[in-house]
Ligand binder design. Structure first.
Ligand SMILES: N[C@@H](CCC(=O)N[C@@H](CS)C(=O)NCC(=O)O)C(=O)O
Length: 279
């Protein structure tokens, strides 16, 4: 692991790092905010998954999460949205597929399957690295994200509830099998057989087996992607059908941007803290 920079922030420490990832076969960047409480004892870590076109820097710079994380005693971890630097055919032709658009799944189709293994990365490799290099508890992890990363948080928590003790999402792509972003990515990463897609769709997974805890989702009603790509109504229907405890809050006037995230980030940190810091 290589340290790019470390800065004091709200009494804690914000660092940017790089490492050679065995999941992706590339160098991956990530950011960690260590709250001041970690000087006394290991703290819970809350992992953020960003949306299309973002990097590990986006959340750190734009969400405004560090102040309250420092107060609550939560570590924050932000990772990149895909492998980079591979130059696979077609990986840089569009902003919603390939570089910056890994969808937090494990691809099964060539040439993506060898490198686009973001689910393995966020579920296994990154927590192992974080818990060996930082004062993070291995028994209290939270997962949240935005848009493509909201999809990533929901599906990975639903698939691995034993790894993630809390989960929430901002404007998630809630039903990717039914929208253009999901269809484009899944048909290439997972192949044309749609039966393989359902294992990476939050609505489908929730109907099979609800997540064993409450889920918080915030959605802006002026979000430019709401009708075409996000489908929170499908998530609510899946929750109703499966008995999932879901708090879906819809906010008039808010769009898809980090101004929306910044406006509700405190509620998400408190949601995770209420679970991860409970005795
Ligand atoms: N590049 C796209 C927008 C992509 C986009 O909105 N990405 C969202 C996630 S889906 C984001 O968080 N962008 C980074 C930002 O707002 O800082 C466009 O030009 O329309």
């Amino acid at each position: 692991m290589q340290t790019r920079s470390v800065s004091l922030c709200h009494g804690g420490q914000l660092g940017y790092y790089r490492h050679a990832s065995s999941s992706t076969g590339t160098e991956m960047g990530f950011a960690v905010f260590v709250p001041p409480q970690a000087a006394q004892a290991p703290v819970p870590a809350l992992y953020f998954l960003a949306g299309l076109t973002c990097t590990e820097e986006t959340f750190v710079i734009k969400a405004g999460a560090q102040r309250l994380a420092a107060e609550l005693g939560l570590m924050l971890v932000a990772c990149d949205t895909s492998p980079r630097g591979l130059n696979l055919p077609g990986d840089a032709e569009s902003w919603d597929f390939g570089v910056g658009a890994g969808f937090y799944l494990d691809a099964t189709q060539a040439p993506w399957a060898a490198h686009y293994r973001m689910s393995q990365y966020i579920n296994v490799e990154l927590p192992a690295l974080i818990e060996s290099q930082f004062p993070a508890r291995g028994d209290r992890r939270g997962l949240f994200g935005h848009s493509m990363g909201g999809h990533g948080a929901l599906v990975n928590a639903l698939r691995h509830p034993q790894r993630w003790q809390s989960v929430s999402a901002f404007a998630p792509i809630a039903n990717p099998v039914a929208v253009p972003w999901g269809e484009k990515a899944f048909s290439r990463y997972l192949g044309e057989d749609r039966s393989a897609w359902v294992q990476w769709d939050a609505c489908e997974l929730m109907r099979q087996q609800p997540y064993p805890g409450p889920i918080l989702v915030d959605q802006g009603l002026a979000d430019q992607f709401l009708a075409s790509q996000l489908h929170p109504d499908a998530l609510q229907a899946a929750a109703d059908a499966s008995g999932q405890a879901l708090t879906l809050r819809q906010h008039a006037g808010y769009d898809h941007s980090y101004w929306f995230i910044q406006s509700f980030i405190d509620d998400h940190l408190r949601h995770h803290a209420s679970i991860l810091l409970a005795r």
